[in-house]
Design a protein around this ligand. Sequence first.
Ligand code: PYC
Length: 404
Amino acid sequence: FRKKYPAERFIPPAKDLKKSYDVVIIGGGGHALACAYYLAHTHGITNVCVLERGYLAGGNTARNTAIIRSNYLTPEGVRFYEQSLKLYREFSQELDFNILYSERGHFTLAHTDAAVRTSRWRAEVNKQLGVNSELIYPDEIARLCPHLNMSDKVRYPIMGALYHPPGSIARHDAVAWAYARGAAKLGVEIHQQTPVTKILVENGTVKGVETPRGTVYANRVMQAVAGNTSMVAKMAGFRLPIRTIPLQACVSVPLKPFLDQIVVSGSLHVYVSQSSRGELVMGGSTDPYGLYSTRSTLDFKEGLLGHMLELLPMLGEVKVLRQWAGMTDMTPDFSPIMGLTPVKNYYIDSGWGTWGFKATPVCGMTMAHTIANDSPHDLIKPFYLDRFVEYAQVGEKGAASVGH
Ligand code: PYC
């Protein structure tokens, strides 16, 4: 494979589209490529075509802050994200691609009695399910994370933290490239610059899609298009309880490594880690309005950096290098919507709000299983679409790192 395709090309050059495939995947981000890989690798389904309207991993896969953790609030969430973390740990080995997976320890700071209570709740649920999390108090926080401002003379003193040692970061683009290369090696076709303009549905069953390069028929179709979920689902003929909101982030100029941990403060609307090349990767809350735009704002930067300085005052002279935004598809319960849809043979991987990157491997694995068997994988059964009419929501708002 390497001889045929020179080292710098991770996937073979595009071919003509075939008239039909066993599976068409709409979207060429991390989740879509992971699903393509597991379809081919685990289920032997290789007549698969990935259709990406832009370039590979150019959407939310490229626009997140690369945090991986499984310290959720509900047992359904914890089990799901814990499986993702396990897949991430073995990722570089299995895919033969270095994703710079780096275990840092994840601190969710609590500045109020209510936040301390939620931290204890999460720690207990996590421990019950074998996930390493505990509630710790200021002395221990200061020992483990000596750079934090632990003064009690500030607006929001740190009263405790949910400490999750397995919390990690990884190189986000590499995750998508590895899945793309792994899938392509097994025969999956990846077509960039190929938007889906129409979804063909007859008598409630999907038949294929239209693109500017022609009609493509398929036995099964999946959409994994975070940020555009509602619009693509509308083409298939159904509606979703999703609002799309921008989430901005930024990085500082590179600094000598000093921050080993991932630090999150819900009350101060801050999350920060230091990347392997020294940049502080930072984000805050979602923008306060629905919008389809990835522009950056001064307002965001001022708000976030003011709060950053409350936690890490010695950063006063550090400059911001780069700013960006992703589009978050928010669900009412802060859990994803995955699995079957009202259209037969049409599957969905959606509702990735502000928590999608960490779920990339487990989404690929469970969606591939769901498509191969036309039946939802056990881990995603709780995330079925109809839970919103059956009052079976999986409430994860208390475990979101991002303020809303
Ligand atoms: O869910 O850990 C998270 C997260 C961090 C930044 C955005 N989401």
